[in-house]
Design a protein around this ligand. Structure first.
Ligand code: HEM
Length: 311
């Protein structure tokens, strides 16, 4: 790999939002690594090329490698901060770990294209992996979470998305890769919808219809945005890039929460602030209305890394 040239990132990591998504959670069969290495590289390259072919429908995606599977697939080197999902528990707030070997993330503004590509990807992986779980996400109203609140407003914008989400010179071999955390949250919507709107707004820290941020002095310490809006020792904001989308059916529905970041610690600090709180008894009250069913940690390598390691 040429050190002077930035490796090619997988395009779905920093892509703007879409109307539809498909999430494939896969586990590798035993002892298939030598075949799987070229296969994951081909799948990632295929997704990359389709982003051009289906540019009109804003197709994008990526292939991510599970933290617990990384050393089996790529035993030669490991991203410096890659570790299993930081499972947490406090009182009745739970963030369990549930790891997968591979995660394929596909998004597009046309559902038919997504279905076609998902089928193709599964065929490319045939005999090497088992499809353990699949979810389909959708854009709800004007990019709202199923709680009715606009989600993604304070996400990094423009080229700052790359600064936040992609590894830079700090870990040379893994430049343009990304640490990914995925949690499938199932909402208790009947409980949530019984809350008066003002109470819901106090829990998020923004108004519901107009999506206006509360003034700093009005934000409850237990509000979601108070708990996740954190600063480092220098007073700079700790950031992640969220790629979450609502998912589900009448049986189970919620948010497929997805965080991409150039390090793994920003997500962990935010999650800890939500679950454990600020040390003075203030945890995130949004957690009373939703339950994390899964929690998985992955790394999304650059296309060049995958290609280089393929044989
Ligand atoms: C902001 C919803 C989980 C991190 C927000 C906002 C909403 C929201 C409505 C305000 C609008 C915006 O800026 O996007 C949810 C729901 C969740 C969830 C429904 C799960 C059920 C998480 C988790 C994390 C997180 C697990 C990180 C560990 C953030 C961050 C912001 C945010 C960093 C921006 C805060 C700011 O700077 O104002 N979320 N969120 N969220 N959320 Fe979440």
């Amino acid at each position: 790999m040429d050190n002077l040239v930035m490796p090619r990132e997988q395009l779905g990591v920093c892509a703007e939002g879409n109307l539809h998504s498909v999430y494939l959670m896969l586990n590798a069969n035993d002892g298939v690594e030598s075949q799987l290495r070229p296969c994951v590289a081909n799948v990632a390259q295929y997704i990359y090329e389709l982003a051009d072919q289906y540019a009109d429908s804003a197709f994008n995606g990526f292939v991510a490698i599970g933290a617990n599977y990384w050393d089996s697939l790529y035993p030669r080197q490991r991203p410096s901060q890659l570790k299993p999902f930081p499972a947490m528990h406090a009182d009745n707030r739970d963030a369990p770990a549930h790891e997968y070997d591979l995660f394929v993330h596909l998004r597009c503004d046309r559902y038919d294209i997504l279905h076609l590509v998902a089928n193709e990807v599964c065929q490319m992986f045939e005999d090497l992996v088992e499809l353990v779980d699949e979810e389909r996400g959708f854009q709800f109203m004007d990019t709202r979470d199923l709680t009715g609140f606009v989600d993604g407003t304070e996400n990094p914008k423009g080229r700052h998305r790359q600064d936040v989400a992609l590894v830079g010179d700090e870990d040379e071999a893994f430049r343009a890769g990304s640490y990914l955390h995925v949690q499938k949250f199932a909402h208790n919507l009947s409980k949530w919808n019984r809350l008066p709107q003002k109470k819901q707004e106090d829990i998020i820290g923004r108004t519901k219809i107009d999506n206006i941020e509360y003034a700093s002095e009005d934000k409850p310490l237990t509000s979601h945005i108070k708990r996740v809006n954190l600063k480092d020792a220098d007073g700079s904001s700790i950031e992640i890039l969220r790629q979450s989308m609502p998912y589900g059916s009448m049986k189970e529905q919620g948010l497929m929460f997805i965080s991409a970041c150039r390090n793994s610690e920003n997500f962990e600090k935010m999650l800890s602030s939500m679950i454990h709180g600020d040390g003075e008894g203030n945890h995130d009250h949004l957690m009373h209305f939703t339950q994390a069913l899964t929690g998985s940690a992955f790394f999304v390598p650059s296309l060049d890394f995958m290609e280089h390691e393929a044989d």
